[in-house]
Design a protein around this ligand. Structure first.
Ligand SMILES: NC(=O)c1ccc[n+]([C@@H]2O[C@H](COP(=O)([O-])OP(=O)(O)OC[C@H]3O[C@@H](n4cnc5c(N)ncnc54)[C@H](O)[C@@H]3O)[C@@H](O)[C@H]2O)c1
Length: 441
């Protein structure tokens, strides 16, 4: 089936970016954008800012920057807003998170950071057990929370003269919630809000408020949030882009590169043990078993989908996969992730691979958040609503249409992303068939 090329409206005016949560990731994102737009630093890790895209034949030599190929909002036109149960502005939040160097990266943009003061959060400690801050909407009903978030969006839009907006969840990981009856259709969802049903988490209220206001929503955490039929249907019908779940930054990023390699070479996997030490607030929240369960589900799904044990039982039928996250305060945001991978080759001979990734969590996550908001806004201007599977590249547990399995292989995800951009702009798809280079005409 050929899908007609959409018309993409230009990125004129200001784009309001609302982050739910003003913690390590959000404050690092805001500081980085402020520094980049003043040409004081480079937006490293961001495909929208640094990536190129090949167009046409390999011999054509056409490979523009992605930001010159598709009409993306320039960084200078972004205005940030946020919600958080802690009242700290983005400057204080960044200082507390301890990700960026104060003299080098915070002082230069201190004024811009101080101007981002969090709105009162729709927060309920039942969903994030390890936190409790004073800057909340209080213990009001779910309906009142929803209406108040909608009001916040409208007030922010007017006060900052935004032409368009995007909301991104950079908030904590909530307790594990399974899809249930309240999530199946909009009527049930609405009724559950009125009944203060515990399966309606605050993140769902933010997402629903965004959709009702025609604002695309991205989910950087593994929470169920917008990955429920009631909200995906609404987003599709009203042409509002949604995507999730859980930024793919450290260990899972490596997993989705290594596992496809084992499969490509038909090497077997006997076990994969992954453990992390992490000392930021995210690590503290994940120390709660109920929040960890949400994260664990998101991290565990990857191998099963990539290795497809049902197709290759001799290679992947009995993989022992374990994921651990240990809260260890001295490391702050500088996570250390270890992987021990037991693989086997020709005639079953065993081998081992050890990975020790000394990463910086929010340094890896911030560029993903930037790309997600810019691409979601692009999709919105192209009239493409509902689940944005082409943004799977950014997520550990990509949201896909019912009946589809998620594509986890990082390079298939990148091909999908770039082919979507080519399609949007009426350029040919690149299939890598390339036989024509060798055929005499
Ligand atoms: N590499 C990464 O950093 C990475 C990767 C994947 C996913 N994530 C996820 O991204 C999220 C943010 O990570 P972080 O390191 O910035 O965490 P953080 O703890 O520094 O920030 C999260 C903020 O969200 C706030 N919050 C919690 N509930 C809220 C609510 N209902 N409304 C508004 N604000 C709320 C908290 O007060 C906190 O300030 C976490 O869920 C984390 O699991 C991070």
């Amino acid at each position: 089936m050929t899908v007609p090329t959409p018309t993409v409206a230009p990125a004129t005016g200001r784009l309001g970016v609302l982050t739910v949560g003003l913690g390590a990731v959000a404050s690092t994102l805001i500081a980085g954008v402020e520094l980049s737009r003043r040409n004081m630093s480079e937006p490293i890790g961001s495909l929208t800012q640094m990536g190129t895209i090949r167009l046409g034949r390999r011999t054509d030599g056409r490979a523009p920057l992605i930001k010159d190929f598709v009409p993306l909002t320039p960084l200078a036109d972004i205005v940030f807003g946020a919600w958080d149960p802690f009242p700290d502005d983005a400057y204080v939040a960044a200082q507390r998170a301890g990700v960026l160097d104060g003299p080098r990266h915070l002082e230069a943009v201190a004024e811009a950071l101080r101007s981002v003061r969090p709105m009162k959060a729709a927060f309920d400690p039942y969903y994030v057990k390890r936190l409790d801050g004073p800057n909340t909407k209080g213990a009001v009903s779910k309906r009142a929370m929803l209406e108040s978030i909608r009001e916040d969006i409208g007030t922010f839009r007017d006060a900052n003269q935004c032409d368009r907006m995007v909301m991104i969840w950079c908030g904590s990981t909530e307790i594990f919630i399974e899809p249930g009856p309240a999530h199946q259709d909009l009527e049930s969802f609405e009724r559950a809000i009125d009944a203060n049903d515990p399966t309606i988490a605050p993140s769902m209220l933010y997402a629903y408020a965004a959709l009702l206001e025609g604002v695309p929503f991205c989910n950087g955490a593994p929470n169920l949030t917008v990955d429920i039929p009631a909200l995906t249907q609404y987003a599709t019908e009203h042409k509002v882009p949604i995507s999730g779940k859980d930024f793919k930054t450290g260990q899972t990023l490596l997993k989705t590169v290594l596992a496809p390699m084992f499969k490509a070479r038909m090497l077997g996997v006997a076990g994969w043990y992954s453990t992390n030490i992490l000392g930021n607030r995210d690590g503290e929240v994940l120390d709660d078993p109920e929040s960890f369960k949400t994260k664990e589900e998101s991290k565990l799904g990857v191998l099963e989908h990539i290795l497809e044990p049902h197709k290759y039982p001799k290679l992947y039928g009995d993989v022992y996969h374990k994921v651990r996250i240990n809260y260890y305060p001295p490391r702050g945001d500088n996570k250390e992730g270890w992987d021990n991978i037991d693989i086997f080759g020709w005639l079953g001979y065993p081998m081992q691979i050890k990975v020790d990734f000394l990463c910086r969590d929010s340094i890896l996550a911030a560029p993903l958040a930037l790309d997600l908001v810019l691409f979601s806004d692009l999709a919105h201007r192209a009239g493409i609503g509902g689940i944005q599977e082409w943004l799977s590249f950014y997520y550990k547990a990509p949201q896909v249409a019912a009946g589809l399995y998620p594509e986890h292989d990082l390079f298939i995800q990148l091909t999908k992303l770039k082919n979507t951009l080519r399609w949007m702009m009426g350029e040919e798809q690149i299939t890598h068939l390339d036989i024509d280079y060798y055929l005499k005409t």
